[in-house]
Design a protein around this ligand. Structure first.
Ligand code: NDP
Length: 246
C-alpha cells in the first residue's frame, strides 16, 4: 500500500462512481482529501467519511464556474495548506446522434468535461508551481481516442483533455509537476448503468477481458500516477479498458 499521509488531494466530482472511489482510496492511504460535487449531497458524504476516521473536506462546487473551481482549491489550501494532487474527474454525458444534438448538449458536455478541467487545473497549478511539485491526473476516456457514434460532444471533450494533458505536462515538467491522463473503457458506474441493456451487451462483446472495469481499478491507477513512483511519467494517456481499444 502506498503511503499518502500528509498529502492533500483534490478530486472533482467525487460524490459517486469513479470520483468517489478515487477519493475513498486516497482517504484509506491517509491523505487529506477534498471532495466535491454540484449538490449539497457532497456534505453528507463528507460527514460519512469523517465519521469513518478519514481527513476530508467537502465543497459544493460546479466545475463549469470559474469562481467555484477557485473556491475548491482555496478550500484545500485553507484546510491543509496546499494541493499536492489534483484529479480532474467531474464529467457528464449528453448522448445523441449528431443530427439530433442540440447546441445546449454540446455546450454542457464541453463546459463540464473540458473547460472544467482547464479551470480547476489553472487554479491548482498556481499552488503547485510555487512549491515546485505536484501531480495532476485527468480522467479522459477511451472514447476520446477511438470516437463513438452518439457521443460526438463527449468524445470531443475527452480528446480535448488529452491534448490539454500533454500541453500542461510540457509546460509544468520543469517545475516538478506531472500531468497524465487515464482513459477508462467501460467502467461500472451510474453513468454507464443508465445505458440500455442491448448497448451494454454489445460493449461487453468487444472487450477482450470479457468484463467491465471497476471504479476501484481506476482508483488504483490514479494513486500510482500521483505517487513518487510515477515521478518520471508525464504527458501520458494510460488506457484502462480490458483491451477494448489497442
Ligand atoms: P458519474 O455520473 O457516476 O459521476 C460523475 C461525478 O461528477 C459525480 O460526482 C457528479 O457529482 C460530478 N459532476 C458532474 N457534473 C459536475 C460539475 N459540473 N461540477 C462538479 N462535479 C460534477 O460518472 P462516472 O463515475 O462514471 O465518471 C467519472 C469520470 O470518468 C467522468 O469524467 C467520465 O467521463 C469518466 N469516464 C467514465 C467511464 C465509465 O464507464 N463510467 C468511462 C470513461 C471515462 P454531482 O452529481 O454531485 O454534481
Amino acid at each position: 500500500m502506498m503511503d499518502m499521509k500528509g498529502k492533500t488531494v483534490v478530486v472533482s466530482g467525487s460524490t459517486r462512481g469513479i470520483g468517489r472511489a478515487i477519493a475513498e482510496r486516497f482517504c484509506e492511504l491517509g491523505a487529506n482529501v477534498v471532495i466535491s460535487g454540484t449538490t449539497d449531497q457532497v456534505h453528507t458524504l463528507g460527514e460519512t467519511l469523517r465519521g469513518a476516521g478519514y481527513i476530508v473536506t467537502s465543497v459544493q462546487a460546479d466545475m463549469t464556474k470559474p469562481d467555484d473551481a477557485q473556491r475548491l482549491v482555496n478550500a484545500a489550501v485553507e484546510a491543509y495548506g496546499t494541493v499536492d494532487v489534483l484529479v480532474n474527474n467531474a464529467g457528464i454525458t449528453r448522448d445523441r446522434l449528431l443530427i439530433r444534438m442540440e447546441e445546449a448538449d454540446w455546450d454542457a458536455v464541453l463546459d463540464t468535461n473540458l473547460k472544467g478541467t482547464f479551470l480547476l487545473t489553472k487554479a491548482a497549478a498556481k499552488v503547485m508551481m510555487k512549491k515546485r511539485t505536484g501531480s495532476i491526473v485527468n480522467i479522459t476516456s477511451v472514447v476520446g481516442i477511438m470516437g463513438n457514434a452518439g457521443q460526438a460532444n463527449y468524445a470531443a471533450s475527452k480528446a480535448g483533455i488529452i491534448g490539454f494533458t500533454k500541453s500542461i505536462a510540457r509546460e509544468l515538467a520543469s517545475r516538478g509537476i506531472t500531468c497524465n491522463a487515464i482513459a477508462p473503457g467501460f467502467i461500472e458506474t451510474q453513468m454507464t448503468g443508465d445505458l440500455p441493456e442491448a448497448v451494454k451487451e454489445t460493449y461487453l462483446k468487444s472487450i477482450p477481458a470479457g468484463r467491465y472495469g471497476t471504479p476501484s481499478e481506476v482508483a488504483d491507477l490514479t494513486v500510482f500516477l500521483a505517487s513518487g513512483q510515477a515521478a518520471y511519467i508525464t504527458g501520458q494517456v494510460v488506457q484502462l479498458d480490458g483491451g477494448l481499444h489497442m
